[in-house]
Design a protein around this ligand. Structure first.
Ligand SMILES: *[C@@H]1O[C@H](CO)[C@@H](O)[C@H](O)[C@H]1NC(C)=O
Ligand SMILES: *[C@@H]1O[C@H](CO)[C@@H](O)[C@H](O)[C@H]1NC(C)=O
Ligand SMILES: *[C@@H]1O[C@H](CO)[C@@H](O)[C@H](O)[C@H]1NC(C)=O
Length: 560
């Protein structure tokens, strides 16, 4: 047979290239939200009642959002401007699409947070006059920050917080802080607890800040810093196990910011797996200081931290990424987005934005777990963030690689826009599979205790053969590529879900479309606060691969 003509082979090549382009265009959808935010979302948290609190720092210079009622902040100790009439924090109301400025008094730069069992944002640390601050914020009309600038025992800048089974917060590390503390302060009055692991994992450029902290199912804290991890019994201040170092030896924490999630917890509640993805290779920071941006890491490590002999399983991402955010979707898949494919975290230190997110399917076969998604138009580099919304979209904001607000005249301008990424499960093609939870009450969010029953009525066009699951997500405090407190629990179902056919709505008038059947599923809330600390969760019914909108459920404080 004659070889294909040059024309034919060119055609083939073109067709193959087109096919490749179509595949890499990926799924999901991006929308720029019509919200005049003016503030760059360095930190973000979704609170009950669907308000998103976002803020940057008080020493960025003037933001684009005026403080309300002509208010100004006068602070002689402020680094950028001492008389500032602009806001550095705001609340985004998801339903209304509106933005309300907040008055922040102390500097929140590179701070951290949790949410209390009552749904109040508890936010700690920062820089300058904010380094020992504890701030609280409720989601309600007219509510604003309440701040105590001296409530922490020591300064905490680049620390990581985690909510504890008793509803309190642990604040771990921070720059040159090799310790942790609790808020509120325990009854014993003890303020700080040494954590030498943070000293041991520090390298020349401190690639162990914002450590990845996850609450293990046994109640201990998994703490990952640089390329190593321990299990910490924070009550006894004892390291109960050391995990093998992550293969490859490259650092994964700020400024080599990779990211990490605790993978979905199964109903048994006896196993836990952690996934760490991306980062910047050793040496990236010093190279970037000389203008050379190294290619970032394209590897993930996955480890079952409850195993007798835990070992890292390494996987390769389709896109190398530093400063990526990892978010758990209601389906239990992981969305990895934002960040860059060259450089590292830090001022002016990255290029080659990683515009296309990828999803990771934890239950998939190794080698086929990643799927490339549609690319964003807006680079989201240093100081960007993302949170899951109740409707299943992901809200993206921030990006400011500059010391000040530089909206023009720079390659990667300071971003104050908010965007939403809609995963494929929100597409029109999925609509017949999308369950809708039918609330029987418009009363305040429901409350359930550990081990209690949660009954959910829902409608759906077509039940999936893969069955129905109920998942429960604790919303994250996201900053610097880490979503603190994030956890997803797959709930145990009680009884017969698909056959649990609750009375349907009364038939409509003749000729009207048939009313959808109403199903009922009964799920069991996690049995222990180590599995699920008290607080507000989003509960989703997932039909095959398609989740409903979530409903807010408060998991009550365990009885003493
Ligand atoms: C701030 O916190 C400290 C430490 O807990 C406490 O002693 C002080 O009374 C608090 N200040 C205010 C105004 O609440
Ligand atoms: C960034 O903004 C600051 C403060 O307004 C300004 O001094 C600086 O020149 C700007 N940088 C660039 C590159 O435009
Ligand atoms: C459970 O569902 C199956 C399949 O729909 C049905 O055959 C069975 O009768 C149901 N069992 C109960 C107890 O409802």
């Amino acid at each position: 047979m004659a070889p294909p003509s040059p024309f034919l082979s060119l055609l083939l090549t073109t067709l193959l290239a087109l096919a490749g382009a179509a595949a890499s265009a990926g799924s999901g959808r991006w929308d720029v939200l019509d919200a005049a935010t003016g503030v760059s979302a360095m930190h973000m948290q979704l609170l009950r009642d669907d308000c998103v609190v976002f803020f940057d720092r008080t020493d960025f210079g003037e933001s684009g959002l005026p403080l309300p009622d002509g208010k100004c902040r006068d602070d002689p100790n402020e680094r950028a401007i001492q008389h500032d009439c602009t806001a550095h924090a705001a609340v985004y109301d998801v339903a209304a699409g509106s933005v309300r400025p907040l008055m922040l008094l102390t500097d929140t730069w590179c701070s951290s947070g949790t949410v209390t069992p009552d749904g109040v944002l508890l936010q700690t640390g920062g820089f300058n006059d904010g380094e020992r601050a504890v701030r609280t914020l409720r989601c309600c009309e007219g509510c604003d920050w309440e701040e105590n600038a001296t409530a922490l025992a020591v300064r905490r800048w680049y620390a990581t917080n985690h909510v504890l089974p008793d509803g309190g917060a642990v604040i771990v590390g921070g720059r040159r802080q090799f310790s942790y503390e609790f808020y509120p302060t325990p009854d014993t009055g003890a303020r700080t607890f040494d954590l030498p692991f943070l000293r041991q994992t520090r390298d020349a450029v401190e690639n162990n800040l914002y450590p990845f902290v996850h609450l293990n199912v046994d109640g201990n804290l998994f703490v990952f810093a640089n390329n190593r991890a321990i299990l910490l019994d924070y009550r006894r201040n004892a390291v109960v196990r050391s995990f093998p170092p992550m293969p490859g030896g490259d650092p994964r924490n700020y400024p080599s910011s990779g990211s990490s999630v605790l993978l979905p917890l199964k109903p048994s509640g006896t196993e836990a797996e952690v996934l760490v993805c991306g980062g910047a290779p050793a040496g990236s920071y010093s190279q970037a200081q000389q203008g050379k941006f190294l290619r970032t890491l394209d590897t993930c490590g996955r480890i079952r931290i409850t195993d007798e002999k835990p070992a890292w399983e390494m996987e390769k991402m389709p896109v190398p990424r530093v400063m990526g955010d990892m978010l758990l979707l209601p389906t239990g898949d992981v969305l990895i987005l934002n960040g860059a494919s060259a450089g590292t975290a830090g001022w002016e230190m990255a290029s080659d934005p990683a515009l296309a997110p990828v999803t990771y399917r934890p239950g998939g076969d190794p080698g086929s777990r990643f799927q490339l998604q549609a690319a964003a138009a807006t680079p989201r580099l240093y100081h960007s963030s993302a949170v899951l919304l109740r409707d299943g979209r992901v809200l993206i904001g921030g990006s400011n690689p500059h010391i000040y607000y530089n909206l023009t005249g720079v390659q990667y301008p300071t971003e104050t826009s908010l965007e939403a990424f809609s995963p494929d499960y929100l597409s029109a093609e999925s609509s017949s599979s999308r369950p809708a939870i039918v609330e029987t009450t418009t009363a305040p969010p429901r409350e359930v205790s550990h081990g209690g029953r949660l009954s959910l009525r829902f409608t759906v066009g077509a039940l999936s053969e893969a069955g129905v699951a109920v998942t429960m997500v604790m919303p994250s405090f996201t900053t610097h590529a880490f979503a603190m407190n994030q956890r997803l629990l797959v709930l145990q179902l009680a009884g017969n879900t698909t056959a649990g056919h609750a009375p349907g709505p009364t038939p409509g008038p003749a000729g009207a479309a048939a009313p959808a059947a109403v199903y009922e599923v009964e799920a069991v809330a996690p049995r222990s606060p180590s599995l699920a600390p008290p607080g507000y969760y989003l509960v989703f019914v997932v039909n095959g691969k398609v989740p409903s909108e979530g409903v807010w459920v408060r998991l009550s404080l365990p009885r003493p």
